[in-house]
Design a protein around this ligand. Structure first.
Ligand SMILES: [Zn+2]
Length: 114
């Protein structure tokens, strides 16, 4: 499993600059390892919607230490492709979730009449 450092090295090879220019973005994609330590952590951010979410957090572009401006979406796309080989949609991940009874359970709300 690629470490955010290695994704950052790959970004430097593609667009120049320094590892620190990219590290916080790659760290964010892999932060979900805090939740589950195996590859399933990728379901949280490694998809098309996750890449767009990165834009809302880091902005649509970053300025490298060289002054070059790079779209954050490019960095997200690079990360997800390097990990999965393609960019899935969140729906692709959802298809792999086995439904459990508790997921569809709903309690009666206080405002409901008997
Ligand atoms: Zn990753």
């Amino acid at each position: 499993m690629a470490h955010p450092y290695h994704h950052s090295l790959s970004s430097v090879r593609k667009w120049g600059g320094r590892i620190e220019d990219y590290q916080r973005i790659h760290d964010w994609f892999d932060e979900s390892k805090k939740i589950i330590a195996d590859f399933r952590h990728r379901a949280l951010r490694h998809h098309a919607e996750g890449i767009f979410m990165a834009e809302t957090i880091f902005g649509s572009t970053i300025s490298l230490s060289t002054g070059r401006v790079i779209p954050v979406r490019w960095i997200g796309e690079q990360h997800v492709r390097e990990d999965l080989g393609f960019i899935p949609s969140f729906a692709d991940w959802m298809k792999a979730i086995r439904p459990e009874p508790w997921m569809g359970r709903a309690l009666r709300m206080d405002s409901e009449e008997n």
